[in-house]
Design a binder for this molecule. Structure first.
Ligand SMILES: Nc1nc2c(ncn2[C@@H]2O[C@H](COP(=O)(O)OP(=O)(O)OP(=O)(O)O)[C@@H](O)[C@H]2O)c(=O)[nH]1
Ligand SMILES: [Zn+2]
Length: 375
């Protein structure tokens, strides 16, 4: 089915906020008069459940037809809901709309942006760690928003220095202080009407920020309390939370040190400052890894070039490992070949194809694992 088919009236559309056992918590769009009426009706006559749910939330099953065709339903999916039982708060997912993006960890569909939160102090801002998180975030292909919290702990001069430095990396961070309520409104504006995943190391104030951002939701829904979803659930639990000004927010529990699981040839594109160089010039070799190749336009005196080289060797090491697992013979072939040339350790085209195949498989396994966990 194509996207247009869903534009027809009479269909209930919604977003999957969470997966619980074999049920999907779906928040219906409040797009027209009819839905407003339904909401009002449910508000007046709440279902006889211990905790009356959000009026537009339905606990849904997945239609057998979807199971048969192997159509998974992810958090963040836009779905068509049939047979709503308003009194019981139930429904059935009949279709999944095409996804415009699909994150792997956490497994969430249709995310628009990653909000990376770091602290300027306590814990100290670690450039290498920040770089690592940025690369990981960039590798999703989504927009990356950088918030630096605890700005109350540094002087305006120090803040300017950090700001200048990160501008050199190609980022314009928002300095916030959740404690003093500085710029949190500005951060909230960036999130409105978007699906955002929040990430960052431990102790930087992610929970504090989330609680500030969705304070009114906690009051309204009354089912989210205290430290939102953090610590309350296993690290596998994924949930989208509604923001008061529209938009959804998900947390990434247990995401402290991201793996560098990207492809060596793609790595350079996750550095905005290098992207700028590549936009105006080209390296002599199309498969240049920007190390010691002649006529490379990327190699140079930019601050994070050292980070690039380190991440590159990580990425190559990881790829070699993947090769050995997937196909020991081909690795041996590659090895003997590289000995002959005494240089380059792999053939980009071959590797990239293989890499993608493996990566899709692991993605699927991750998902299956997730659903098993939830059952
Ligand atoms: N000085 C200062 N402290 C803050 C600020 N925001 C949060 N904190 C403190 O930083 C500590 C960590 O905050 P959390 O919100 O738990 O951090 P987190 O990123 O969620 O940490 P994890 O749950 O470990 O991932 C707490 O003691 C907060 O009170 C801020 O703007 N300024
Ligand atoms: Zn190059």
């Amino acid at each position: 089915m194509t996207g247009e088919n869903f534009a027809t009236t009479g269909q209930l559309l919604g977003t999957v906020l969470a997966v619980q056992a074999n049920f999907y918590r779906v928040q219906l769009d409040e797009k027209d008069e009819e839905m407003r009426e339904i909401r009002e009706m449910r508000e007046q006559d709440p279902p006889h459940l211990p905790h009356p749910p959000h009026p537009l939330l339905l606990l849904c099953t997945r239609r057998t037809r979807l199971k048969k065709i192997g159509q998974q339903v992810m958090v963040g999916d836009r779905v068509v809901v049939e047979e709503p039982d308003w009194a019981g708060g139930r429904g059935a997912i009949a279709d999944v709309l095409p996804r415009h993006s699909e994150l792997d960890r956490p497994a969430i569909a249709n995310v628009n942006q990653i909000l990376l939160v770091f602290a300027v102090a306590d814990p100290p801002l670690e450039p290498y760690q920040l770089s690592r998180f940025l690369i990981k975030a960039e590798s999703t292909g989504l927009d990356v928003l950088l918030c630096l919290n605890k700005s109350d702990l540094i002087s305006p001069q120090e803040q300017q220095q950090v700001s200048d430095r990160l501008l050199g990396w190609g980022y314009k961070p928002i300095f916030i202080s959740v404690k003093d309520g500085i710029n949190t409104d500005q951060a909230a504006r960036y999130l409105s009407n978007k699906v955002t995943v929040i990430a960052g190391p431990s102790g930087v104030g992610k929970s504090s920020l989330i609680n500030t951002l969705i304070d009114s939701l906690q009051l309204r829904v009354g089912e989210v309390s205290g430290k939102l979803a953090r610590g309350r659930h296993t690290t596998r639990h994924i949930e989208l939370f509604e923001l008061p000004n529209g938009g959804l927010l998900a947390d990434t529990p247990g995401f402290n040190q991201p793996d560098m699981d990207c492809n060596p040839e793609e790595l350079i594109h996750y550095f905005p400052e290098a992207r700028k160089r590549l936009a105006v010039a080209s390296c002599r070799f199309s498969d240049c890894l920007h190390r010691d190749e002649p006529e490379c336009v990327v190699r140079g005196d930019w601050e994070r070039y050292e980070h690039y080289l380190e991440f590159l060797s990580d990425a190559i090491a990881r790829q070699t490992q993947l090769h050995q697992q997937a196909d020991p013979e081909s690795t041996m072939k590659l090895k003997s070949k590289s000995k002959g040339k005494g240089q380059s350790q792999y053939e980009p085209k071959l590797e990239s194809k293989k890499y993608r195949r493996i990566s899709r498989k692991t993605q699927l396994q991750d998902l299956q694992e997730l659903y098993r966990d939830e059952e």
